[in-house]
Design a protein around this ligand. Sequence first.
Ligand code: CA
Ligand code: CA
Ligand code: CA
Length: 124
Amino acid sequence: MIKQVVGCALLVVLAAPAVAQVKAGADPARFDVADANKDGQVDLAEYGNFVEEWVLLNDADRDGKLSRDELKDAPNPSKFDTIDSNRDGFLVIEELSTYSDGDFAAMDANSDGKIDRAESAQRK
Ligand SMILES: [Ca+2]
Ligand SMILES: [Ca+2]
Ligand SMILES: [Ca+2]
């Protein structure tokens, strides 16, 4: 519990300046938003930051967790159960990071540690 609170506070501090640049309703598939340094590729750090910002954008009640209700407009609601590894009905950043690391690896077709636009487009 304490770990979650600290993690959440840290996230707010780290991500606050960037959130204003991301449009509300952005989803993790938004390549251009995720590519923070605009080099045409999204590396794992950029992807991780993007996921963290995405959590903040969708966390309407600011409790550091995403409920099913907060994600009702998400593009793939069926993924909720896949990501919610402890089945408590909430997604925390740890669960999303675990999922997004796997997601990233799955998209990185040539395993160079970066996702380019073509690899992103092939995402199912
Ligand atoms: Ca980049
Ligand atoms: Ca929440
Ligand atoms: Ca959970």
